[in-house]
Ligand binder design. Structure first.
Ligand code: NAG
Ligand code: NAG
Ligand code: NAG
Length: 477
């Protein structure tokens, strides 16, 4: 608690200095106008691009953005960033025009990723947004969650463009956090964005954790296409990919790498019968390898282990188990292989993109389909739906129906015979990611929220009523 109040004091003192200086700056000659739209010119706009002002490809980093160097914790970081923002506003330093715009990440996943080394997908995603917003010149502040966000907002509100975090209902339905008739200095609901990695149509969590605005106010890490109304932000694999080298086909082993960190995946809801590997190994003279463990606590889809545990597939001539590998070794072993074979789970895994980056094709199983209409893609559920929707196709990605042994062997045979170059999906490039971030940060979300069907308010009230609660917040934009 002591630390908490000291932290607040620090923020307060910085905040007050800032508040005192701010009016002076407003009143003095204003070399840097504040408006949200004014300062987006870090590169030349493309000539054909008339619908948006986004540049086509080049994002030359401004020389005034120092190399990203994290301070020891998020409070130091915030102080440091606010100090730079202050110097920028006072006109004493030349700074990137985006510096005067704040992105507030009220995200524990991001904080714990940056400062405690969390490696879950949500943390990696949060870090990616943090880093690229920073590289784009924005002032990025981080809090652990929604507790401190309204305080920071009350100090810097006019400069804050986006407030991003998990379970934003914790602010939206908190009368002390959200802007309303009673709390005019709170965070306006239209600035709040829900970090939600997977675009599930039925929101994961309690309904009152989410934002009632829905649609683009829910941002996702994966792209599930236009049927899903969310805002795809994603991330980029370009930098991590280019740090790796592609092994020439002549230096690969004649083998298939099975994507499977747990033995359970070979059995539970698997796309292939476990005997496919031995059959195909004999038929094609190829080796199957995988790096998996067999954790008794691991229950895919809540499925209990059978008595005696999952049957191994590791016998000689079937699959060689390399054991559980850290990321570096995984990439090394994957890069020595000629195909990455999906078995149905885990879905949406980023590993197929790693494989393509290493010049290793991927076999994407169609886990579920209509047996009477097997080629109708609208009824497919593949292991990696994003790849099914956005490509690429063969010889990069082979799509095979679950339990079709003929298709399984044919695709493996073709992959072994058809080496590919490194492939980075267009939506996974750094440029594409930055364009999405800029589009997001520079959109007039207030107008968009004003255009919404006002029924979202009744819907929020109804969600609370179903929980036996009463919602009495008069949201103000
Ligand atoms: C700008 O900052 C430098 C040090 O960072 C200081 O020496 C100088 O006096 C400042 N100039 C103005 C106009 O504030
Ligand atoms: C595929 O399935 C969808 C959904 O059932 C249906 O609307 C569509 O007409 C089908 N397409 C073809 C080519 O049969
Ligand atoms: C199984 O794979 C073979 C070979 O690719 C293909 O000809 C056949 O149509 C597939 N059957 C189904 C039901 O997908």
């Amino acid at each position: 608690m002591l630390i908490q109040s000291r932290r607040r004091l620090l923020l307060l003192s910085c905040g007050f200095t800032f508040l005192v200086v701010l009016p002076w700056l407003y009143l003095s000659e204003n070399t840097y106008p504040w408006s949200i739209q004014d300062s987006y010119d870090f590169t030349q706009p493309s000539s054909q691009d008339d619908t948006t002002r986004l540049p086509e490809t080049k994002f030359t980093p401004s020389p005034s953005i120092p190399k990203l160097q994290l301070d020891e914790n998020e409070n130091r970081w915030n102080m440091h960033q606010l100090g730079e923002l202050y110097a920028c506003i006072s006109g004493n330093t030349t700074c990137h025009p985006n510096k005067r715009k704040i992105i507030l990440m009220a995200s524990g996943d991001t904080k714990f990723g940056l400062w405690l080394g969390w490696r879950r997908g949500e943390s990696i995603w949060g870090e990616a947004m943090f880093k690229e917003f920073y590289e784009l010149g924005y002032t990025v502040l981080v809090t652990e969650g929604w507790a401190e966000a309204p305080f920071i907002y009350s100090l810097y509100g006019p400069l804050i463009q986006l407030v991003i975090g998990e379970r934003p209902g914790k602010c939206i339905y908190n009368p002390k956090c959200i802007k309303s008739t009673e709390n005019p200095d709170g965070i306006p609901i239209w600035k709040i964005f829900d970090m939600n990695y997977f675009p599930k149509l039925d929101w994961f969590g309690t309904p009152t954790d989410g934002t009632p605005l829905g649609g683009p106010w829910i941002i996702t890490a994966v792209d599930n296409g236009p049927d899903y109304p969310y805002q795809y932000i994603g991330y980029s694999i370009e930098e991590s990919c280019k740090a790796l080298s592609v092994r020439p086909a002549s230096q690969r082993e004649h083998r298939v790498y099975i994507l499977m960190k747990q033995l359970a995946y070979a059995h539970f809801a698997s796309a292939w019968d476990p005997d496919y590997y031995a059959r195909a190994a004999a038929e094609l003279g190829v080796l199957f390898v995988a790096g998996y463990g067999d954790n008794p606590k691991f229950k895919p889809g809540g499925q209990e282990r059978p008595k005696g545990g999952w049957k191994d597939i590791e016998e000689p001539g079937k699959v060689q188990n390399l054991g559980q590998l850290d990321r570096e070794r995984f990439l090394d072993e994957l890069g020595k292989s000629k195909l990455l074979l999906g078995v149905g789970n885990p879905d949406w895994s980023p590993s197929p993109y790693d494989a393509l980056c290493l010049g290793v094709p991927f076999l994407n199983p169609v886990r579920y389909f209509d047996h009477a209409d097997p080629w109708n893609q609208s009824k497919w559920e593949t292991q990696h739906p994003e790849i099914t929707r956005l490509g690429p196709g063969p010889p990069y990605v082979y799509t095979v129906h679950a339990r079709n042994y003929t298709g399984f062997v044919e695709a493996i045979k073709q992959a072994l015979a058809t080496p590919i170059e490194r492939y980075i999906a267009p939506h996974m490039t750094l440029d594409a990611f930055k364009r999405r971030l800029v589009q997001w940060a520079e959109t007039d979300w207030k107008s968009k929220a004003e255009e919404l069907d006002p029924d979202w308010r009744n819907h929020a009230v109804e969600l609370h009523r179903q929980k036996g609660a009463t919602l009495n917040i008069d949201f103000q934009f």
